[in-house]
Design a protein around this ligand. Structure first.
Ligand SMILES: [Zn+2]
Length: 82
């Protein structure tokens, strides 16, 4: 049991270095901004945020920050907000 745990950990480490294996299809996140908390979403290449900036300008610092945090799992660069 112990050795199978070790091999699972090793396999996970190897997988973690092969980002191309993973495609993020959708995610949701709660972002605690300076003034308010916002709900962020990503679905099939399209970003959403509940903040005012996103609804009026189609982009916001919350989505941009999350894209930067997730840069490693979006190997070809994070998709632009819709
Ligand atoms: Zn936002």
């Amino acid at each position: 049991m112990y050795s199978s745990h070790i091999s699972r950990v090793e396999k996970a480490r190897n997988y973690a270095e092969e980002r191309e294996r993973v495609t993020i299809n959708r995610l949701t996140a709660t972002f605690r901004g300076n003034n308010n908390t916002h709900e962020l979403g990503y679905d099939a290449g399209v970003w959403r945020c509940t903040c005012r900036s996103f609804s009026t300008q189609g982009s916001c610092s919350h989505a941009m920050a999350l894209q930067e945090m997730l840069e490693e799992v979006f190997p070809s660069g994070a998709p632009e907000p819709a």
